[in-house]
Every structure is written in structure tokens, then in C-alpha cells.
Design a protein around this ligand. Structure first.
Ligand code: NDP
Ligand code: ZN
Length: 376
């Protein structure tokens, strides 16, 4: 049986209809996706701002127009937001993973087939039928609408229980950014004795990666373009800091050092990836979670890899199991993302997006005050 409390049939959120207006989402009402038997409706309490939303709103990852504009059904506008914390206000009749009234978190994935080999081996983020929390098409044509909103609807698998002791605004960024870096760090250093991890790009994801790698027992080196973030990175838990734009020959100094180098930078324009491969130990990995705009590529020579037998890959989000492990790790090691809160409103969303766009954030924004704004 579907259970719910009373709330509006239509959701309200901050939406755009044209990428040229990416920084000015307007308050809009819209019909949510059809409610499935495993779905949950979340009344949003707060939502982090991730750089992926800038790429999506500006439509910088795609050559096609915004998906919502050509959808056969559903809103013709786009709400983003995928680091959601909120309260469960409706559960589908087959839901077993959450209860009405419970505090849950939702990241960048809202659905998958739940039947394939990937879904049944804790790799549901790679399900071929995966649907993202925003800008992503369900099989019936509806384009998903994210969490800068009064409510958001998602499959129960992607709604994670939040431990009582963590404040919502500080746990929100773990839902996408934190999980995205936790997964490749854990998968690459598990079982390694005294792992050494390098983190490139100390922004939202990168600063969480420092704390997470440290909590997982790694010696962490932070790589940033300049020395401006050095003191912060050390406070976050990095043992060493390298300003790649200010130190010559850093890669020869650090050759044959790292078990994992994780790229969290949002652009490759000032990244020397060949240098980052050269600092890996034999057969180790350079993993990128950073996803630059569509014109940018990874510029790497085969001769770089032949020197240490290393490889490079890209990692996407994380699984439910990893999200739960991460929340547990954060609670045990008492680490929290460095968060600046902004009250949600059209102006607040504008401020968060534009400041993130110019790199003016230390180190993650969380939009707060949703219940007050939406009267929920
Ligand atoms: P932020 O803007 O918070 O941080 C990005 C960091 O990248 C900056 O702080 C900066 O670090 C570095 N950077 C910025 N411009 C350049 C440049 N031109 N050359 C080299 N480095 C640069 O972004 P987020 O942390 O929110 O997101 C990071 C990336 O991760 C984005 O591409 C985002 O889309 C992607 N992402 C991927 C996911 C996945 O599943 N793979 C999930 C979520 C996000 P510094 O100043 O230290 O050099
Ligand atoms: Zn994200």
C-alpha cells in the first residue's frame, strides 16, 4: 500500500528553459514523474551545489538541445540539484528501504533497472538503464527534475538513510561529491599497505577526497594550480601540497610514488596528465572523476604509460552500499565537508551558481531553508 502525508500534487522548483539563462533559474511548478511502486517522495530540506549542474544548465556536455525541451511528456523546463537531504513524505507499496518521516539523502542517480549484473553487484551506477536525478530521461520520456525544489521523486535504492548525528547542510555534499570520490579511492586502495594517494583539483570534490582518503588510511598529497589553498588542504588532512603551476619539476621529484592519483578538476586546460601518470607506482591508476566540457579531451602519450604499466580511467558516482559506508566513515572519523550555506530563493540559487562558476567557494555551497521558502 502506498503511504503518504499530505502535500501538493505539483512540485515547485527553480528551473531554466534556455542554457543562456543558466544562472537565473525561475520558480516554476511542474508535474513529477509517474509514481512507481519502489518510489519515494522527499520533501527537500537542503541541497548542495555541484559543478556538474553548471555544465548541465549551460548545456556544455552535450551537442543536443536540453532534453526537457524535446520530451514527449513532463515539464518543458529543467530543475537541477542532486545533493539532496530531506524527509520521506510518500513511499510506494513495494518500498522496504525507507519509512515515512525518515531523513534520507539522494545523490545524482534516481533510478536503474535493479535486475542486471551491474545492479546486483553493487555497480548500479553503471547500469545501462541508469537515470540521473536531473536532466535524464526515464523510459516513458519524462526528463528527471532535481532537488532545487520543494520535493523530489526517486527510486528507494538511491535514497540513503542519514545517521542522526550529522547536520543536513554538512552531509548533503556527500550525496554526490563525496560518494563520487569515495568509490574510486576505496576500490583502488583497499588492501594496499600504506597507500599514497594524490588528489588533483581542490574544489568541492577534491576537498572531500582529501578527508575521505585520509580517513581510509592513506597518506594524501593535494595538487592545486597555485599555493592559495595550501593551508586549507593541510587542515583538511593532506600531508603534502604541490602547486603545479608554481613548482618546476614537481613530477620528477615525485616519480614512482603514488598508488592512486584522483583527478577532481573540472577542466583539463591546465592539467599535465602525462606528469600525473609518471608519478604513479607500477600498474597503478590515474582515475578522473572530473568531467570537463565537451570540447576538452585527455591529452596523454602512450609512451607515458609504457614507463610504469599504469592505466587511466574514469569513475562515476558510487553504489548504495558505498554511500552507506561513506556515511559511516564520516561519522566514525568526524569529518564534514567545508560548507557555506545560502538561503534558497531565486537570488540564492543565482548567487550559488555564479560564485561556483568563478571558483569563489570554500569549498561547497549548500542551499538551505527549503521548508521556510516552500512553506513545507
Ligand atoms: P569545483 O568547481 O568545486 O572544483 C573544481 C576544481 O578544479 C577547482 O577548485 C580547481 O582546483 C580545478 N580547476 C578549475 N579549473 C581548472 C582548470 N582550467 N585546469 C585545471 N584545474 C582546474 O567543482 P566540483 O568539485 O563540484 O566538480 C569537479 C568535477 O567533477 C566537475 O567536472 C564535475 O562535473 C565532476 N563530477 C563528476 C562526477 C562523476 O560521477 N564522475 C560526479 C560529480 C561531479 P584548484 O584550484 O585546486 O586547481
Ligand atoms: Zn554532482
Amino acid at each position: 500500500m502506498t503511504v503518504s502525508v499530505d502535500y501538493p500534487r505539483e512540485f515547485k522548483g527553480f528551473a531554466i528553459t534556455d542554457p543562456k539563462d543558466w544562472d537565473q533559474p525561475k520558480l516554476t511548478s511542474y508535474e513529477p514523474k509517474k509514481f512507481g511502486e519502489h518510489d519515494i517522495d522527499i520533501e527537500v530540506e537542503c541541497c548542495g551545489i555541484c559543478a556538474s549542474e553548471l555544465f548541465s544548465l549551460k548545456n556544455e556536455w552535450s551537442n543536443a538541445p536540453l532534453a526537457c525541451l524535446s520530451s514527449s511528456y513532463g515539464p518543458k523546463s529543467q530543475v537541477v540539484g542532486h545533493e539532496v537531504i530531506g524527509k520521506v513524505v510518500k513511499v510506494g507499496e513495494k518500498v522496504t528501504l525507507a519509512k515515512l518521516g525518515q531523513r534520507v539523502g539522494l545523490g545524482a542517480q534516481a533510478s536503474s533497472c535493479m535486475q542486471c549484473g551491474r545492479c546486483s553487484s553493487n555497480n548500479e551506477q553503471y547500469c545501462l538503464k541508469s537515470v540521473g536525478t536531473y536532466c535524464s530521461r526515464y523510459p516513458d520520456g519524462y526528463v528527471s527534475q532535481g532537488g532545487y525544489a520543494s520535493h523530489v521523486r526517486a527510486h528507494e535504492q538511491f535514497c540513503f538513510p542519514i545517521p542522526d548525528d550529522v547536520p543536513s547542510a554538512f552531509v548533503a555534499p556527500l550525496m554526490c561529491g563525496g560518494l563520487t570520490v569515495y568509490s574510486p579511492i576505496k576500490r583502488n586502495i583497499e588492501g594496499v599497505e600504506k597507500p599514497k594517494v594524490g588528489i588533483i583539483g581542490i574544489g568541492g570534490l577534491g576537498h572531500m577526497a582529501i578527508m575521505i582518503a585520509k580517513a581510509l588510511g592513506a597518506e594524501v598529497t593535494a595538487f592545486s594550480r597555485s599555493n592559495k589553498k595550501k593551508d586549507d588542504a593541510i587542515k583538511m588532512g593532506a600531508q603534502y601540497f604541490v602547486a603545479t603551476g608554481e613548482e618546476e619539476n614537481w613530477s620528477s621529484r615525485l616519480a614512482d610514488n603514488f598508488h592512486l592519483v584522483l583527478n577532481c578538476a573540472s577542466s583539463t586546460t591546465s592539467l599535465d596528465l602525462n606528469a600525473f601518470v609518471s608519478i604513479l607506482k607500477v600498474n597503478c591508476q590515474l582515475v578522473s572523476v572530473g568531467l570537463p566540457e565537451k570540447g576538452e579531451t585527455f591529452d596523454l602519450s602512450p609512451f607515458t604509460f609504457i614507463r610504469n604499466g599504469c592505466s587511466m580511467g574514469v569513475s562515476k558516482l558510487g553504489s548504495r552500499q558505498e554511500a552507506i559506508e561513506l556515511l559511516d566513515l564520516a561519522s566514525k572519523h568526524s569529518f564534514q565537508p567545508w560548507v557555506e550555506t545560502i538561503d534558497v530563493s531565486e537570488d540564492g540559487v543565482h548567487e550559488g551558481l555564479t560564485r561556483l562558476d568563478r571558483g569563489d567557494v570554500r569549498y561547497r555551497f549548500t542551499l538551505v531553508g527549503f521548508n521556510k521558502f516552500f512553506g513545507t
